[in-house]
Design a protein around this ligand. Structure first.
Ligand code: C2E
Ligand code: CA
Ligand code: CA
Ligand code: CA
Length: 278
């Protein structure tokens, strides 16, 4: 049977182990995982569409569950939300990312912005802006080194609360990106009402590039973004053809396996060193 690297379980055994985990077991395993610092971040580069230079990273959460292996963040973030652990996990990850920015700043002398994903429940927590402020103070990083990625669903369901939270975060100097744009049901007026810096176009709209209809949609989004003074990131770039089509459609930044998979801290650090040395 095919072995998963880093575990002693076969694919079938692993699937069985996952399926047979009850909700309670998942909850307890995650609680333990958080306590034992089993959850960490990888960093995927964002590339300037025109110059090809590094613009920053997106931090992506990873969990190797003991005895089971890697669990998708989609899955364990959902468990954290369902079981009331998202505040703890979310602030832990945010703190981790900010400490990493601080370490890189010391090592490299400048900051490469890092984007952190924020779950809707975390964002709508009343004390969230204060938490972010405290973490910035404790880690000593400038606010512009941090971007928060939020999703459409949160904003659609709670427009006013989202607005209030984002205004407070922007007042700190933090940048805000709308993630997965094009998958939800956001009205275009919502884009005007939220204080955003960036739109991230979902992979679902990027994958079909350079098909003409996809080019038309991405071009229209970039024009809209331009009119609203928003930057555009294309996510899920897997081929050179997609990269060229996204650039020509007007996307400012490109992210995806074509450039790099999410990297370890060491590899992401080496990438920055290389850029600065060049
Ligand atoms: P997302 O924020 O949309 O992140 C992009 C996902 O696409 C990541 O999956 C990334 O590894 C993957 N990806 C990047 N480039 C490519 C590509 O070229 N092709 C393909 N097929 N995929 C690509 P990942 O790491 O499994 O994360 C999945 C989702 O889990 C994220 O989607 C995000 O919604 C959530 N997530 C991850 N980390 C965190 C976190 O720290 N906090 C919160 N709240 N959510 C997180
Ligand atoms: Ca994201
Ligand atoms: Ca996304
Ligand atoms: Ca997504």
């Amino acid at each position: 049977a095919k072995r998963i690297p880093g575990t002693s379980l076969s694919m079938a055994e692993r699937r069985f182990a996952q399926m047979s985990s009850t909700a309670l077991e998942n909850e307890q395993a995650l609680r333990k995982g958080i306590r034992n610092q089993e959850i960490y971040l990888d960093y995927q580069p964002k590339i300037d569409a025109v110059s090809g230079r590094l613009l920053g990273f997106e931090a992506l959460a990873r969990w190797h569950r003991p005895g089971i292996g890697p669990v998708s963040p989609v899955e364990f973030i959902a468990i954290a939300e369902r079981t009331g652990q998202i505040s703890e996990l979310g602030s832990l990850l945010l703190e981790r990312a900010c400490r990493q920015i601080a370490d890189w700043r010391r090592a490299i002398g400048g900051c490469v912005p890092v984007a952190v994903n924020v779950s809707p429940m975390q964002l709508l927590n009343k004390g969230f802006p204060q938490l972010v402020q405290r973490i910035l103070q404790q880690t000593g990083i400038p606010a512009h080194c941090l971007t928060l990625e939020i999703t459409e669903s949160a904003a659609v369901e709670n427009l006013e609360d989202t607005q209030t939270q984002l205004q407070q975060l922007r007042a700190l100097g933090i940048e805000v990106a709308m993630d997965d744009f094009g998958t939800g049901f956001s009205s275009l007026s919502m884009l005007r009402e939220l204080p955003l810096n960036t739109l991230k176009i979902d992979r679902g709209l990027i994958s079909p590039l350079p098909a003409p209809d996809a080019v038309a949609v991405v071009t229209a989004i970039c024009q809209l973004a331009g009119a609203l003074d928003l930057q555009v990131v294309a996510e899920g770039i897997e081929t050179l053809e997609q990269a060229i089509a996204a650039r020509d459609a007007g996307c400012h930044a490109l992210q995806g396996y074509y450039y790099a998979r999410p990297l370890t801290v060491a590899d992401a650090g080496a990438w920055q060193q290389r850029e600065l040395g060049a």
